[in-house]
Ligand binder design. Structure first.
Ligand SMILES: NC(=O)C1=CN([C@@H]2O[C@H](COP(=O)(O)OP(=O)(O)OC[C@H]3O[C@@H](n4cnc5c(N)ncnc54)[C@H](O)[C@@H]3O)[C@@H](O)[C@H]2O)C=CC1
Ligand SMILES: O=C(O)C1=N[C@H](C(=O)O)C[C@H](O)C1
Length: 269
C-alpha cells in the first residue's frame, strides 16, 4: 500500500494554522509530519497538539522549515507574503507540493514565486473553499452576460485582525468579473474611495472593505443597474472550509507536473 502524503503546516499557531493542524491530523488521506513557526515563537520545541491545548500529536514545532520540508510530500502555508516566498524556495528545493493560502502579495512578490513553480507544484488561491471558487465562476458568467449598464462592486467583510485589504477573495472575484467583461482588472479597479471622488466611472469594478469582530469572511459581488440589482453572496462561518480545500489541494498535487495551479484546477470547476 502507498503511504499517505506527509504534510507540514506553516504558521502552526495562527488562526488557519491551528485549523489545518486539526484537519490534517484527523484526516484519513494524509499524515501530519511537521509544524513550522517563526524563529523565537513560544511554541518552538513543543508538541503541536499540546501547544494547541489538546493531546500529543507526535510532531514538534520547529523554526527549521527546510528540514521539515525535506521529510514531507506537501506544505500547507497560510502565513504572510514574505514568509511564503521563503517557503516557496524551500519547497522547490525539496520538490514538494506547496499549497499557498496566504494573501496580500504585491505584483512583484507574485512574480518572485514563479521560479519555484518550475521545480515544484504550487497551488495558490485567495480562497480555498468550494463555495467561493464556484462563486468566481458564477461571477465570470454574470459579468459576461451583462453590459456596463451594470456597475460591479465587490464588498468584503472580515475580522478585526486581518492585515490585508481588499481580501484575496475580493481580488479573485474582481478578476473573475474583469475576465467576464474582457477587460484588464488593473485598468478598471476602483479601490479606497474617500472624499470628493466624483461620479462613478462607467465600467469600473469597485471594492469596499469592512473590518470588525470575528467575521470569518463574507463576500458580495453586486451588479447594480438602474431599477435592479443582482447580488451574488458567499458567507464563510467556519475556517474549516478553507482547511478542507487546502488539504484537498495538497493531496491533488501529488504527482502533478511542476507549475502554478489554483483551486479551480483542484476542484475541476
Ligand atoms: N486562501 C484562503 O482560503 C485563506 C487565506 N487566509 C490567509 O492566510 C493568512 C494567515 O491568516 P491567519 O491564519 O488568519 O493569520 P494569523 O496571523 O492568525 O497566522 C499567521 C501565522 O503565520 C506565522 N508566521 C508569520 N511569519 C512566519 C514565518 N516566517 N515562519 C513561520 N510562521 C510564520 C505567524 O506567527 C502566525 O502564527 C492570511 O494571509 C490570510 O488572508 C486565511 C483564511 C483563508
Ligand atoms: O484573513 C482571513 O481571515 C481570510 N483571508 C482570505 C482572503 O483574504 O480572502 C480568505 C478568507 O476570506 C479569510
Amino acid at each position: 500500500m502507498t503511504q499517505l502524503p506527509g504534510i507540514v503546516i506553516t504558521g502552526a499557531s495562527g488562526r488557519m494554522g491551528q485549523m489545518l493542524i486539526r484537519t490534517v491530523a484527523g484526516s484519513a488521506k494524509a499524515r501530519l509530519v511537521g509544524a513550522v513557526e517563526r524563529t523565537g515563537h513560544s511554541w518552538i520545541g513543543q508538541d503541536v497538539g499540546v501547544a494547541m491545548g489538546g493531546a500529543e500529536l507526535g510532531v514538534s514545532v520547529t523554526a527549521d522549515a527546510a528540514d521539515a520540508f525535506s521529510k514531507a510530500q506537501a506544505v500547507i502555508d497560510f502565513t504572510a507574503p514574505e514568509a511564503t516566498l521563503d517557503f516557496a524556495a524551500y519547497a522547490a528545493q525539496a520538490g514538494i507540493v506547496h499549497v499557498i493560502g496566504t494573501t496580500g502579495f504585491s505584483d512583484s512578490q507574485l512574480e518572485a514565486l514563479k521560479p519555484a513553480a518550475q521545480a515544484a507544484v504550487i497551488v495558490r488561491a485567495g480562497n480555498m473553499s468550494l463555495g467561493v471558487n464556484l462563486l468566481t465562476q458564477l461571477t465570470r458568467k454574470v459579468a459576461a452576460a451583462l453590459d456596463e449598464d451594470f456597475d460591479i462592486e465587490v464588498v468584503e467583510s472580515h475580522h478585526n485582525q486581518k492585515v490585508d485589504a481588499p481580501s484575496g477573495t475580493a481580488l479573485m472575484l474582481g478578476q473573475a468579473a474583469a475576465d467576464g467583461r474582457g477587460v484588464a482588472l488593473a485598468d478598471v479597479s476602483d479601490r479606497g474611495r474617500d472624499g470628493i471622488t466624483g461620479a462613478r466611472k462607467r465600467g469600473d469594478i469597485g471594492f469596499a472593505v469592512i473590518r470588525g469582530g470575528d467575521i470569518v469572511g463574507e463576500h458580495d459581488v453586486m451588479f447594480a443597474a438602474a431599477g435592479e440589482r443582482i447580488i451574488l453572496r458567499h458567507i464563510a462561518t467556519d475556517r474549516l472550509v478553507f482547511a478542507r480545500g487546502a488539504l484537498k489541494a495538497a493531496v491533488w498535487g501529488q504527482g502533478k507536473t511542476p507549475g502554478e495551479y489554483d483551486m479551480i484546477d483542484v476542484l475541476g470547476l
